[in-house]
Design a protein around this ligand. Sequence first.
Ligand SMILES: Cc1cc2nc3c(=O)[nH]c(=O)nc-3n(C[C@H](O)[C@H](O)[C@H](O)COP(=O)(O)OP(=O)(O)OC[C@H]3O[C@@H](n4cnc5c(N)ncnc54)[C@H](O)[C@@H]3O)c2cc1C
Length: 382
Amino acid sequence: MNKLTAIIAGGGIGGLACAAALAQRGWAVTVYERQEELRAVGAGIYIWENGLRVLEALGAFDAATKNAFHGTHFEQRDNHGDIIDSAPIAGGNRLLTVPRSQLLAALASVCKKAGVEIVTNAEVTGASSRGELFFAGGGSHQADLAVGVDGVWSKVRESLGLERSHEQTVEGALRTMVSAAAGDFRANDVGKYIECWNGPRRFLVTPVNQEQTYLALTCPDSDRDACVVPVNKRVWSESFPQWTHLIERIGEFPINWGVYSVTRCHAWSAGRTAIVGDAAHAQTPNLGQGGGMAMQNGLAMAVALESVNNRRDIPDALEAWEKGERDIVEHCQRWASLYGEVTYLPDDVRTRTIRGAMSDPWVAGQVFRAANHAPVGTVPPG
Ligand SMILES: Cc1cc2nc3c(=O)[nH]c(=O)nc-3n(C[C@H](O)[C@H](O)[C@H](O)COP(=O)(O)OP(=O)(O)OC[C@H]3O[C@@H](n4cnc5c(N)ncnc54)[C@H](O)[C@@H]3O)c2cc1C
């Protein structure tokens, strides 16, 4: 029997995870990426237990997490540098942080091993529900299945009319990496992911390996002194004096500013064409789960298509996939947005709110629900 064929728009985290998962199940897969090479935007990335399990299922775990930082606590601190909450990263529920480039390379490597063809300099301009992708400069390709994993401004989503809403937040982030040096962390900081607040400004310090530390500086886009590139080191140092030594090192690595998108869709597929990842369900980064959800959902789609032998059965399998995955994805979107609202609270109210919320087992359960979720197609540890 001929292999079923899939064409995928977008060679980011979600597109490569989806491509690998399909190819490992016998599909002939081609990925079309508009950049001239596969390139990660951003600096570091948090990968929670659910995402780590997907990487294990795809065979990408070892390469993706080589030398990764494995912290013991996720800690929030107030405008005085005092601890608001310090959540232990419990035994079976891992959180690792890695450079994005390393994650992308690991996914590209498993794609290659599974026979995925990756075509760069290929910009997709739209799609049809018949498994077709259209390209800039004319031309199209058709397969049994087409998938748009082309990010928050997805052309595939737009051309299929799947979007319900695309909200852009007021808050945004400057993300970069700085080199790590001995003595960067005081005794009380070692082994932690640290999120510091001062007014609506937030400074997130995340080691990713022995050599590099990932910094995310977030604020509303109306905070013109703080959201500029090159980074205004003076204002960030004034807000977070404890981290001046890291702020001073900003500039060694590219930096970008961007607000966040939250995308919601009527449906994640039309006919034989689907959307996955930020194209379908972008969320604010407050839970560090957008990439995890993109990989998780790409794998779940491939699993849902395992029973399909011909293209006629694909639309029903895609509907079943969406039905199974929507709840966890939308939960995650809601709670990520909810967390972002603490940005606008006065400092002392934010402290009381986070402390009160995180000491409530129900709230903590909601916040970590996605991390604790066992993704379809993965094997529980042990
Ligand atoms: C500040 C910030 C911090 C974040 N931190 C985390 C975190 O710690 N953990 C986490 O899990 N998630 C995090 N996320 C979210 C995560 O980055 C995204 O959810 C994830 O990258 C989505 O993957 P994707 O493959 O769907 O989209 P993308 O990563 O955006 O990839 C889309 C790909 O498609 C390509 N493309 C776009 N348009 C076209 C086109 N027309 N034709 C062909 N190719 C195209 C792009 O070049 C890109 O390669 C964060 C997001 C932000 C903004």
